[in-house]
Design a protein around this ligand. Structure first.
Ligand code: BTN
Length: 329
């Protein structure tokens, strides 16, 4: 009920009478009044004026289940939110939930802080409270397991577009799935899957977005040359719940296109237009060998085409690192 009343206040923009809320919800005035007081305790500023009703004046700078559920405009993705103030990792939490009745298709798991945030290639994702977005989406697609890793690229496109629309910043993708602004990493994506030979139990797409860190001091020193936040790059604080909703909307759109072919056919041009590496010299390393060449964009499977003196190599994402010839991008 809290999410629904918050949605009404959010959508009304102006005053909405207590009676109208009661009628739409089918509850008493006292029940509405109680919910409004709960919202106030959580940091929402709700004005109430006799004969006019309630008006939402300001939202707290925190991520809550209600704030997301009341604003989201998707059909499935992120309509149900599982929020914890602190968890080990939203990916791990999502994987625990995915095996239970609560872990439905499209459930978004989010937390204010992670104590054991995970990055790609076994790295740690440092996850302090108050400034970032940590979220993991549970998906249960009816596709072949071999095609599921491409969802990472789909998510990268969704985050890239959502950031652009929400902030106006020129976000790009560093293949396969880092989001870059001005040559610095703003977001990382980690996709995990549970499957049998021919069917998927679930896929968890985890996204970590650096939103409101105000200075580089808030990052570990080893990231000073390559990380940044939306606030540092754009100079404006981000409404994290709005950005989460925007990412879900974009993801729903691109995910439905992906499902039609189970590959990037329908998204190829758009993905390549966001790719920071295109036309640039890159070094691709799998730990044993390094290939150097010019990145030409992805193919429909999501592999990066690299032109080398020995011809075009199609690099499959996974345990490879891609770097520019002279630095991170
Ligand atoms: C990367 O190494 O670039 C991927 C980082 C992914 C981090 C996100 S934060 C939310 C989700 N939970 C995790 O433990 N990891 C992902």
């Amino acid at each position: 009920m809290k999410s629904e009343i918050l949605k009404m206040l959010w959508e009304a923009q102006e005053y909405i009478s207590g009676q109208e809320i009661c009628n739409r919800m089918g509850v008493s005035r006292t029940a509405v009044w109680k919910v409004v007081n709960q919202l106030r305790e959580e940091g929402y500023k709700v004005e109430s004026v006799t004969n006019k009703g309630y008006r939402l004046v300001a939202c707290p700078d925190s991520i809550t289940k209600e704030a997301i559920e009341s604003r989201i405009e998707t059909r499935l993705l992120g309509r149900n939110v599982y929020y914890k103030e602190q968890t080990d990792s939203t990916n791990t939490e999502a994987k625990r939930l995915a095996g239970t009745d609560a872990g439905v298709d499209g459930l978004l798991v989010t937390a204010e802080r992670q104590t054991a945030g995970k990055g790609r290639r076994g790295r740690t994702w440092i996850s302090p409270a108050g400034t970032c977005i940590y979220m993991s989406l549970i998906l249960k697609p009816d596709i072949r397991p071999v095609n599921a890793s491409t969802l990472t690229l789909v998510a990268a496109l969704a985050v890239c577009r959502a950031i652009k629309e929400e902030t106006g910043l020129f976000a790009q993708i560093k293949w396969p799935n880092d989001i870059i602004i001005n040559g610095r990493k703003i977001c990382g994506i980690l996709t995990e899957m549970s499957a049998e030979e021919e069917s998927i139990h679930y896929v968890v797409v985890g996204m970590g977005i650096n939103a409101n860190q105000s200075s580089m001091e808030e990052f570990p020193s080893e990231l000073w040359d390559r990380a940044s936040s939306l606030l540092i790059e754009g100079g404006e604080k981000i409404d994290r719940c709005s950005l989460i909703c925007r990412v879900m909307e974009k993801m729903e759109h691109y995910y439905s296109m992906f499902l039609q072919t189970e590959d990037m056919s329908g998204l190829l041009e758009e993905y390549n237009s966001c790719l920071v590496n295109i036309g640039k010299m890159v070094q691709v390393s799998n730990g044993k060998e390094t290939i150097t060449g010019t990145a030409q964009g992805i193919d429909k499977k999501g592999s990066l085409k690299v032109e080398t003196p020995d011809g075009i190599k199609n690099i499959v994402s996974g345990e490879v690192s891609v770097r520019g010839l002279y630095g991170y991008v």
